[in-house]
Design a protein around this ligand. Structure first.
Ligand SMILES: [Fe+2]
Ligand SMILES: [Fe+2]
Length: 254
């Protein structure tokens, strides 16, 4: 459903009760998308607020699915504009909503930025939003940000995977069953958006161990299929790239 003709914002239910709110942007050649995910339940949850300047557009889109004041949880993967910048607008519009993020993110940024105190989630912490249980995984530096974390809906096996598998382009389907790794590797080649961290493979293996059936990407299509296999393929690609990089680096001797 198109919710704003001017911006081309649209809302699609990508898994049971999980709505992808997508706004195309022209911030890079060929276009880009910013997605927020709205999860319907007794305590509705919004993952990624979108940019501050998109607030009225995202608000309008949410209003087509549910009254915005019913939101109870508002969070994101890590503290950047597309993840949190519209937070205070939503806190004003939804007076009973609690902001959330990873413990480190709450300590370093969110509690300073937000108009109400935020809940910092521990690694592995689970919480209920009604009929669903959500699980938080702390994923420092994967793909970037000391404060990075990822949310998993245990009921639909949906991994709200933030910037993992970021795909460029403005006109992609809400859901695809074709792999998204080629496109996201194209993006990684264009913009080196992954931290060069030592723990990446083990964190990705942990995410694969959840066996997600959907990867709800913040940029691009959501992927429905064997999420574990795709995550392991990503880990292998990154490892191979690191191998090539270290082979190119001169050996330092004292
Ligand atoms: Fe990011
Ligand atoms: Fe993002």
């Amino acid at each position: 459903m198109i919710t704003n003709q001017e911006t081309g914002t649209h809302v699609d239910e990508v898994a049971a009760g999980i709505y992808r709110i997508c706004t195309p942007l022209d911030i890079i050649p060929g276009g880009f998308t910013v997605n927020s995910y709205l999860i319907a339940d007794d305590e509705p949850l919004l993952f990624h607020t979108g940019y501050r300047r998109l607030f009225p557009i995202t608000l309008e889109a949410i209003g087509k699915v549910m009254p915005v004041e019913t939101l109870r949880w508002i969070g994101g993967s890590h503290f950047e504009g597309d993840e949190y910048a519209a937070l205070n607008g939503f806190l004003a519009a939804a007076p009973e909503a609690t902001p959330f993020g990873t413990e480190i993110g709450v300590m370093t940024s969110i509690n300073d930025f937000a108009d109400r105190p935020a809940r910092g989630l521990r690694d592995g912490e689970e919480f209920s939003i009604g009929s669903r249980r959500m699980k938080w995984l702390y994923t420092p530096h994967v793909p970037h940000g000391w404060d990075c974390g990822i949310l998993f809906d245990l009921s639909t096996q949906t991994l709200l995977c933030g910037d993992l598998f970021t795909q460029p382009g403005a006109n992609m389907p809400p859901v695809t069953e074709s792999e998204v790794l080629t496109a996201s590797e194209g993006m990684r080649g264009m913009m080196d958006y992954y931290a060069h961290a030592t723990g990446t493979s083990s964190i990705l293996e942990r995410l694969a161990g959840l066996h997600p059936s959907m990867l709800a990407c913040q940029h691009g299509s959501a992927y429905r299929g064997d999420g574990a296999a795709l995550i392991r393929e990503l880990a292998g690609t990154i490892e191979k790239g690191n191998g090539k990089l270290s082979a190119r680096l001169p050996v330092m001797t004292a």
